[in-house]
Design a protein around this ligand. Structure first.
Ligand code: ZN
Length: 273
């Protein structure tokens, strides 16, 4: 009787392909001078921030408010601020993980053109990437904006006011209604961020797509733009994406360990060459 374990051929094939893919990705990073990283929720799950599209996501418990709710529905707005008062301290307590840290190493090595992110958690900046290299397509939870005059306030300052008992904080300058700094339902992506992201996609020589399944447009078009402009494309994600066939390399993986491995190999090799 044969008790030896035999993996299904498809699994073996995939594993061999992916070992080869890691070597290829290391070579691509080593050769790159203007790499970009396009991140989604998958890079932050290891920091304890749930993927809001997943079953345990924060937005499964509570919908992202509509911009009209914030502007015109006082009850809806009060609910938004109550939720924020409760949830923001959890967000502030989250720490970057090995994936964020690897991208900082790419920047310190002088390779990183920019990070384009769908995340609102601010963990790239907290990890140590320069804020001016982080393009936040969905805004950030760490800023609050006046709907009237456009002035921007630090999330922590508004948190202090909420915790001091304000239920419907207003702009201290113009008295306007305040809103979160993230993209709400009924809104398109911020134009300046999108424009910069497209410029990055056109200028980069290597785009690493990390932890996003690339299903949300127009952001999902960025890798296509990069590819059409001549960049190499690498996808590191736990599930398939619609662009897998376009990628030069693609690995089914958690973001953190994969990026740490790639940074170790690609950057160490450079110093010893
Ligand atoms: Zn104002």
């Amino acid at each position: 009787m044969n008790h030896s374990f035999r993996m299904p051929d498809s699994t073996l094939d995939r594993q061999f392909r992916e070992i080869g893919a890691f070597d290829q990705i290391v070579d691509l990073v080593r050769a790159s001078a203007r790499m970009s990283v396009f991140t989604g929720a998958g890079i932050s799950t290891a920091s304890g921030i749930p993927d809001y599209r997943g079953p345990n996501g924060v937005w499964a418990r509570q919908d992202i408010p509509h911009i009209k709710t914030i502007r015109t529905d006082r009850e809806g707005r009060l609910q938004f601020w109550r939720d924020r008062r409760e949830q923001y301290p959890e967000m502030l307590a989250r720490q970057p993980n090995a994936g964020h840290e690897a991208i900082v190493r790419f920047e310190r090595a002088g390779k990183l053109l920019a990070i384009v992110t769908q995340n609102i958690d601010g963990l790239h900046q907290r990890a140590g990437n320069s804020p001016d290299r982080v393009i936040e397509l969905h805004g950030t939870t760490h800023r609050i904006r006046c709907t009237n005059c456009g002035r921007v306030y630090a999330g922590i300052d508004i948190q202090d006011r909420l915790e001091a008992g304000e239920e419907d904080p207003r702009c201290p300058v113009c008295g306007g209604i305040l809103r979160g700094g993230t993209v709400l339902f009924g809104e398109s992506l911020p134009e300046d961020a999108l424009r910069t992201a497209v410029a990055v996609a056109r200028a980069t020589d290597l785009m690493l797509v990390v932890g996003t399944s690339l299903v949300v447009n127009p952001a999902a078009r960025l890798p296509v733009i990069a590819k059409q402009a001549g960049a190499r494309l690498v996808i590191l994600n736990l599930s398939e994406t619609p662009l897998d066939d376009e990628a030069d390399s693609r690995v089914t993986t958690e973001a953190g360990p994969a990026l740490a491995y790639i940074a170790d190999q690609a950057l160490a090799a450079e110093t010893h060459d």
